[in-house]
Design a protein around this ligand. Structure first.
Ligand SMILES: *[C@@H]1O[C@H](CO)[C@@H](O)[C@H](O)[C@H]1NC(C)=O
Ligand SMILES: *[C@@H]1O[C@H](CO)[C@@H](O)[C@H](O)[C@H]1NC(C)=O
Ligand SMILES: *[C@@H]1O[C@H](CO)[C@@H](O)[C@H](O)[C@H]1NC(C)=O
Length: 438
């Protein structure tokens, strides 16, 4: 006897059951439809939920840390007999003041930090020079400061630089400006400040931002880890025939779905990777090709930079290209082994070049990374910077044979408190193991 007939009489006897059965059937059907709908959606745009939440536990830099940054800047200014540090909106204003989002124009808006002596204590005072008519907007900036911020407003007909220097002591103290400051502002400040020189901040100041704190390292670890996890997830969805633009769009959607800002990749297939910063040709992925992904993203302002050169399960990579891949990886290993507190940056670049002795390794080994993807100091053959704890760099050797093949592998590392170089990606396995295990 068919089971359906068994329960049919009860249906007829009780119309309520009939309705609830129908409802059950309807809900089941809807669930099945939803399952296939989501499955189809995931096939196009899938990020495993655990990966997309990888950095959810981390908040932005705390107010206490901003205060510590400002106060150590103030102490350094006093040590250097300087009266102020001045920056335009940009990475350094983000570092010291927690804001950068202000469109630069011909009208200067400046972050000014001056030391204040109270007894034996040196503390920072934060001021903002703003066009008067923009003051209401300037006051909405998320500036972090324990004491009230002073807003110095300049009217359209006024000289903004005279207003800026009016708050400085009349000592001979020099004024140090952020290296990114535009020349006309430096000139304006110098003309308005006859008491002392206006010049780019020296290394004693630059190193305050170059050496990352534990909180910064945690953010940088997480965003670099997430970037690798995303590359690995997207690699699994690649297929022969996919175009560079399609793979790039997959990565971008993945970053966006995880809430990471400014996420994006350079995606180059086959010989297109022979140009280190090539634009690609929207080429389709072939069975003999490597696929190169060079990706960046941002978490609370801190950047990742990761490059992987990958293959698919069915790829038939020429032996010569596979050898290049492993040579590049060996150079990356040699470089991180040479990096250590106290080592000169040029030596790290040299270690990679001693391993990967090739005319096709055409660029420097790496760059500093933090609030900017590329920032001081750099790992190149001419860099005399001495590695200090908290320094963070990319380690990205590569081989580029124009029109043939390109391989680059990139993981960032930082100099740990114990002096050793540690990959920021170590938490998810660090370096790639092979083109099939990135
Ligand atoms: C820094 O600015 C962000 C917004 O960009 C804000 O969410 C955060 O609370 C600010 N941090 C501090 C310490 O004020
Ligand atoms: C700062 O000024 C003092 C006293 O004039 C001087 O002895 C010292 O060398 C100066 N320091 C710097 C870094 O210029
Ligand atoms: C330094 O710390 C890192 C991370 O915990 C560890 O991997 C490394 O072995 C340590 N190095 C030394 C010399 O202790």
């Amino acid at each position: 006897m068919d089971k359906g007939i068994v329960w049919e009489p009860s249906l007829r006897k009780n119309p309520n059951i009939s309705r609830s059965r129908l409802a059950t059937l309807f809900v089941t059907g809807a669930c099945i439809a939803l399952f296939y709908y989501l499955k189809a959606g995931f096939a196009n745009n899938y990020v495993a939920p655990l990966i997309s939440q990888h950095c959810e536990h981390l908040g932005p830099i705390s107010a206490a840390e901003f205060q510590a940054r400002q106060n150590s800047l103030a102490k350094t200014l006093v040590k250097l007999n300087a009266s102020a540090y001045i920056a335009e909106p940009g990475p350094s204003s983000l570092f010291y003041g927690n804001f950068s989002n202000w469109g630069l124009s011909e009208r200067p808006l400046l972050l000014i930090i001056t030391p204040q002596l109270t007894g034996d204590n040196i503390e920072a005072k934060v001021s903002i020079l703003t066009p008067a008519f923009e003051a209401p907007r300037a006051k909405m900036l998320p500036i972090s400061s324990t004491k009230a911020v002073t807003f110095i407003e300049w009217a359209e007909e006024a000289n903004p630089y005279e207003h800026a220097v009016s708050i400085l002591s009349e000592s001979q103290g020099s004024v140090f400006v952020d290296g990114h400051m535009r020349n006309f502002i430096v000139d304006g400040l110098q003309a308005a400040h006859p008491y002392g020189a206006v010049s780019s901040a020296p290394y004693e100041i630059k190193r305050l931002r170059e050496r990352k704190s534990p909180a910064e390292i945690e953010l940088m670890k997480c965003v670099n880890e997430a970037t690798i996890l995303f590359i690995r997830a997207v690699r699994k969805r690649l297929y022969f025939g996919i175009r560079e633009s399609e793979a790039r769009a997959m990565m971008q959607a993945t970053f966006a779905s995880a809430g990471l800002k400014d996420g994006g990749c350079l995606v180059l297939f086959g010989e297109n990777a022979g140009l280190p910063h090539g634009a690609g040709t929207d080429r389709a992925l072939g069975v003999h090709d490597f696929a190169l992904f060079d990706c960046v993203a941002s978490l609370h302002g801190y950047k990742s930079d990761v490059t992987r050169t990958v293959a698919l399960p069915g790829s038939k990579i020429p032996a010569e290209h596979l050898k290049i891949w492993h040579d590049v990886r060996a150079a990356q290993t040699a470089a991180v082994g040479a990096a250590h507190e106290g080592v000169i940056a040029a030596e790290v670049d040299k270690a990679a070049r001693a391993s990967l002795n090739s005319e096709y390794f055409t660029h420097r080994l790496g760059h500093g990374i933090g609030l900017e993807v590329h920032e001081d100091p750099y790992l190149n053959g001419g860099s005399k910077t001495i590695l200090e704890t908290g320094h963070a760099f990319s380690n990205e050797p590569g081989i580029y044979q124009v029109g043939k093949v390109g391989v680059r592998l990139e993981d960032c590392f930082y100099v740990h408190e114990n002096g050793s170089a540690v990959f920021l990606t170590a938490g998810v396995g660090g370096q790639a193991k092979s083109p099939w295990s990135p």
